[in-house]
Design a protein around this ligand. Structure first.
Ligand SMILES: [Zn+2]
Ligand SMILES: [Zn+2]
Length: 305
């Protein structure tokens, strides 16, 4: 915690805190957010791969699905997110390795359309960032009718979300009654973005914050990005911070080694706004000499570009 947050005075019965962060919601009444459920455990991969589905598809609520790729297909076991608005759907990421991702996404879209009395809905394929464990399935969507794939370039990403000055200006995309704010957060990778869903209060942070190893390839850019995300969320309700992997075990400070496909005691997917603040404080405290730094639920892991 920043010590300036603790500068408080009690005068005439009124508590005044100089520089205190604004409340994310004025009352504990649900903050006007659409509710949803996360599973207590996700399927990882194994111990018997013949008994494990290739994808776990979880409905957070009727208009937001979370898909997890099996570790039996690829040890990265990435999470994908599928949002539905009135006019368009948006998929974040397309998975790792060779998969049947388009088939699973199309099945999920068809189920949503059936439930909503629709023939179809246009799909935008977006990316948390450009690493191939999140973009390998792009080729299954490119050129398909009713599908727009956001290009893997700064120019294409900025244009898709109306970001005028990359990375400092915020952008957004309106799916029809559902606005996602888009914040450029380069540092893990040049195209990294965060999505904030105003309907559920979910903040997607890609590979920049999740329970696991946060590989930082450009430390100054990453530190500035996380500060930008803290500033952006300061006055917004954040229900969950959801990233693209789980590498941490449910034992504090302990991760699963790289390449692990079966993680029977893995950390939950969901982090909170407090983890974002914790990451920001840790980055500020180590910015002069970036070093590997394990925190309870994730590790800051500087890497050579
Ligand atoms: Zn990555
Ligand atoms: Zn990744």
């Amino acid at each position: 915690m920043n010590s300036r947050w603790l500068v408080c005075n009690v005068a005439a019965g009124v508590m005044f805190c100089a520089g205190f962060t604004r409340a994310q919601a004025p009352q504990p009444d649900g903050a006007g957010l659409e509710r949803g459920q996360l599973p207590a455990h996700w399927i990882t991969g194994g111990p018997d791969c013949s008994a494990v589905p290739k994808w776990q598809v979880h409905a957070y609520n009727p208009d937001l699905y979370i898909l997890r790729e099996s570790g039996c297909t690829n040890y990265e076991k990435p999470f994908l997110y599928l949002f539905f608005g009135h006019d368009r759907a948006l998929l974040q990421d397309t998975g790792a390795g060779e998969t049947n991702v388009a088939e699973i996404v199309n099945q999920t879209i068809a189920e949503w359309c059936r439930r909503n009395g629709r023939q179809s809905i246009p799909l935008i394929v977006a990316h948390s960032h450009g690493h191939d464990d999140h973009t390998s399935g792009d080729k299954q969507f490119i050129g398909k009718p009713n599908v727009t794939v956001v290009p893997l370039s700064v120019e294409g990403t900025a244009k898709a979300y109306g970001i005028r000055r990359w990375p400092t200006d915020p952008g957004s995309i309106d799916l029809g009654g559902r606005v996602l704010d888009v914040i450029a957060i380069p540092g893990h990778q040049p195209l990294s973005v965060a999505f904030y869903d105003r309907r559920t209060g979910i903040l997607l942070t890609g590979d920049s914050l999740y329970p696991g190893r946060l590989y930082v390839f450009d430390f100054p850019a990453f530190a500035a990005s996380i500060q930008r995300l803290v500033d952006f969320t300061r006055d917004k309700p954040v229900a969950h911070v959801l990233g693209c992997h789980i590498e941490q075990s449910n034992t504090p400070f302990l991760d699963y080694p790289i390449g692990t496909k079966y993680q029977p005691e893995e950390h939950v997917l969901e982090l909170s706004h407090a983890h974002l603040v914790e990451l920001n404080e840790a980055l500020k405290s180590t910015s002069a000499h970036p070093v590997r730094y394990a925190l309870r639920d994730f590790t800051i892991w500087p890497r050579e570009p």
